[in-house]
Design a protein around this ligand. Structure first.
Ligand code: AHR
Length: 513
């Protein structure tokens, strides 16, 4: 049975701005994300600029990629930045103990990362080492990157060929300090975060946005401990925060950690379990926001979901430490669902970074030698890019028939999801039908304004398991979808959209007047 429903969008009621940084990315020294994915080296036959893959740059620029988090993840807390500067052939090597126990040659370091960000037009987000580093090391990294004039670190930077400082705003104070970043207790880390934040200075007019290493999933106690420590009350005439934001990590798994399941070989029940797991992000963001509201009712402290996405078993025959997984229409629906939730939480949620950009976990792009494939998830980012820096519009979704699937554990899964925003005189509505088998008819009831001729795009495929490969790179790709839209001839502002089973649709319309 198909689902029927209505989505009321009030064009004249403005919600919070959707930061473009909710569409952020994450690249770790893990598997083939950096080496082979972003970086091929200057001598590679693959077209590159200074060693950076140009096909990858072009594909990511088309997403309006707003920021890139680097160098980890768990890797960040064993990374010593001074090993990654200076002539490449003289850089010390290390073992990447977290990810495959492989040797890291440090060829992709600070200068290469900042050059990549410049090519992408993306803001850098650097994750500093608290787990195995020192306060001095982190403080000097900030000085090296952002100070102008003359100082020991500025002289070192200049000797390595970069005269002017970079502008670096986003700064992570460690990663998963409750786990791979040092196995700390919240109270201990809260003190370290204050200490490290103190010595991560604002040089010149560069203002750091310090992001403390936050909770995993529903660990609200971790968030509360950090929030209690956030302000430097009494130590200055004007109280200021030690850190400006807290992070949160939450991955989507359909099963237990030990048996995450295949990325491509799954059934309908696995699909619904995945969607139910993805929907948890709404409760998690609400829960952490509620804790933060107690200590920061004015919502000046940001929540940064700097790792999210699906996590499946690695592709058969690949290195288990490299986290290489395929990406199907199911992954695309997980992404669409997350964005709807992000838009609703845009007041507190200031940034989100999908894990990870290339060849790792829920990637945008998969490379194999010279080939480059855009994943279904990539297409959701592209179709949704009009939400970046847009004003969110409240959307009320009501189903009149169907719209729920019962899961094996007796709970119900709502199969429709939607969100809306306006920017540059246009309305953008994103719609997902998570139902594996049945289509849906959704009436968009646009109130409080008039719209011009709408257009729509559709992302779907015959099978939920459909994915893109070098041999079939467009098995899942968006297409124009005018036949799926019907305007009501008798009432302006009523638009009916047909959503095929397991589909993601965007509707765009100019706002009149
Ligand atoms: O994204 C892969 C890993 O997941 C990251 O390194 C770590 O922070 C998280 O546990």
């Amino acid at each position: 049975t198909s689902t029927r429903g209505t989505a009321i969008v009030n064009l004249d009621i403005e919600g919070p701005k959707i930061s473009r940084h909710l569409y952020g990315h994450f690249a770790e020294h893990l598997g083939r994300c950096v080496y082979g994915g972003l970086w091929v080296g200057e001598d590679s036959p693959i077209p590159n600029e200074g060693g950076i893959r140009l096909d990858v740059v072009e594909a990511l620029r088309a997403l309006d990629i707003p920021n890139l988090r680097w160098p980890g993840g768990c890797f960040a807390d064993e990374y010593h930045w001074k090993d990654g500067i200076g002539p490449r052939e003289r850089r010390p090597r290390m073992v990447n103990t977290h990810w495959g126990n492989v040797e890291e040659n440090n060829h992709f370091g600070t200068h290469e990362f900042l050059a990549l960000c410049e090519l992408l037009g993306a803001e850098p987000y650097i994750s500093g080492n608290v787990g195995s580093g020192t306060v001095q090391e982190m403080s000097e990294w900030v000085e090296y990157l952002t100070r102008d004039g003359d100082s020991p670190m500025v002289r070192l930077r200049k000797a390595n060929g970069r005269d002017k400082p970079w502008r670096v705003r986003f700064w992570g104070l460690g990663n998963e300090t409750w786990g791979c970043g040092g196995n700390m207790r919240a109270e201990y880390y809260a003190d370290l975060a204050r200490q490290y934040a103190t010595y991560c200075r604002d040089h010149g007019d560069n203002r750091l946005y310090r992001i403390a290493s936050g909770a995993s999933d529903a660990d609200y106690a971790w968030t509360e401990t950090l929030m209690k420590q956030i302000s430097c009350f009494g130590c200055e005439a004007t109280p200021k925060n030690f850190f400006q934001a807290l992070s949160l990590h939450s991955y989507t798994l359909a099963g237990p950690w030990e048996a995450k399941g295949s990325a491509t070989e799954f059934g309908v029940a696995d699909h619904y379990r995945t969607m139910a797991a993805a929907r948890r992000i709404d409760r998690l963001l609400a829960g952490h926001s509620a804790v933060m509201d107690v200590y920061d009712p004015g919502r000046t402290v940001g929540l940064v979901l700097d790792e999210w996405g699906t996590w499946w078993d690695v592709e058969p025959g690949t290195n288990p430490g490299f986290l290489f997984q395929q990406n199907t229409l199911r992954d695309a629906l997980v992404a669409g669902l997350h964005f709807d939730v992000f838009h609703r939480h845009a007041e507190r949620l200031v940034m989100a970074n999908i894990a990870q950009t290339v060849n790792v976990l829920q990637a945008m792009l998969l490379t194999e030698g010279e080939s480059l494939v855009r994943t279904p998830t990539y297409h959701v980012f592209e179709m949704n890019k009009g939400h970046q820096d847009a004003t969110s519009l409240p959307l009320h979704l009501r189903t009149t028939s169907g719209g729920t699937r019962e899961l094996a554990d007796g709970t119900g899964l709502a199969t429709l999801s939607a969100s809306a925003s306006k920017r540059d005189g246009a309305l953008l509505v994103s719609l997902s039908n998570l139902d594996a088998e049945a289509p849906a008819e959704l009436t968009l009831d646009l109130r409080g304004g008039r719209v011009g001729t709408p257009s729509a795009r559709l992302l779907t495929a015959e099978r939920l398991q459909a994915h893109n490969t070098p041999a079939d790179p467009d098995a899942v790709a968006p297409r124009a979808y005018e036949e799926g839209l019907r305007a009501d001839p008798d009432r302006a502002g009523l638009l009916t959209v047909t959503l095929p089973a397991h589909s993601f649709v965007t509707v765009r319309a100019p706002l009149a007047g």
